[in-house]
Structures are given as structure tokens and as C-alpha cells.
Ligand binder design. Sequence first.
Ligand code: BG6
Ligand code: MG
Length: 216
Amino acid sequence: MVKAVIFDLDGVLVTTDELHFKAWQKLAAELGITGFTKEDNIRQRGVSRMESLEVVLEKTDRKFTEEEKLALAEKKNDVYVKSLGGLSRADVLPGVFEFIAYIKSKGIKAAVGSASKNTPLILEKTELADKFDAVSCGLDTTRSKPDPEVFLIAAEKLGISPADCVVIEDSAAGIEAAKRGGMKSIAVGAAEHDKNADVSVESLGSLYKAMEMLGL
Ligand code: BG6
Ligand code: MG
């Protein structure tokens, strides 16, 4: 039985996945890295800031100390947070508000499960903050996706068993995390056709059908 939906944030609720990409691209360029592409960015989805940095650093032979890596991650985050300045309700992906209202009308709870430490800021700016019964994010966790921790914390905050939760994700790491956590999953966008997902959809417009397939 589906009692809760746990939404990933970047690339599922909000278009911020593009802003992450642009900020990493800027850092890569500053490091003299030319071949940082969208394909590399797909591997950054769902994983922590420091793990995302490693995807960029794979592209150079230069070696960095832990301290230097922390400074690079902070530099990227400064650029990223600045780019969130103009973020508003208009940056919420099409159909999100309607889909949340729909699941709530069915008595299903809604939560966020994101690796991002900027989750509270983004939810505030996009007017999504009061739409969720629970928020679990990079500020709550010690392990990042594909570890299920972020989703298990969301389920615990909701007081709902993992088996009754459906995760909606745009990353391979997130789909695997849902599976490891004993939750069902719907893959969207960049994660479409992920073999670990229970259902796969191209865009949020198809979520209603996906939920039906999962027994809503
Ligand atoms: C995830 C993104 O939602 O958050 C990753 O998909 C990102 O690409 C991660 O690295 C951490 O985000 P932040 O905002 O804490 O740097
Ligand atoms: Mg995502």
C-alpha cells in the first residue's frame, strides 16, 4: 500500500539540477578542465557535494589535498547559492504543485529526500516549504545515496514504514537507495529507464499513471 511519496529535490521538484551543472562547469573551467560534460553531470546527480567534486577532479591529473578539496567545494557552493538568488515558484517543475495536491487528496503523505544541504533555502524560495509533511536532506545525514539513509530518515519523520513509501528520483544513486531501503521507486528524467526502478516515466505528467501501477 502506498502511504507516502518521498520526492528527490534537484531535478525532480525544481530545475536546480541545471544550476548545479553550471556551477560545476565554472569550477572545472577555472581548474583548466575542458572536457566536463552533461554525461559527467549525470553521475553527480544524487550524490553529495564532495562526491560530485570528485567527478570533476577525475578529469585532471592535478592532485589536491583534503583541505584544497574542501575549498573547491565551498567555491562551487558559493557560485551555486548566488545562482539561487533569483529562484522562485516559477522554477518548480511543471505539474509538481498539482501532483502534491493530488496525492494529499488521496490521504498520501509527501516528503522530501535530498542530498542537498541547500534544501531548506530552495524549498523556501520556491514556495514549496509548507507543502511537505517531512523534509530529510544532506543536513540530516552522514551517508549519501546510494545509501538509503536520507529516505529512511524521511520515512521515520513521517512515521510510515519504508515498504509503504514510493521514492521519485532522477538519479541512479537515488533509485538504488530506494531499493536498498525497501521502498518502491519511480525514475524520472535523467534516470528514465533505470533498471532498478519499479516504474520509469519521462516527465512528471506521467506520475499519475505510475502511481496507479504501484497500487494507488
Ligand atoms: C543533490 C544533487 O540533490 O544534491 C547533487 O543531485 C549535489 O548533484 C547534492 O551534489 C548536494 O547538493 P548541495 O546543494 O548540498 O551542494
Ligand atoms: Mg536529483
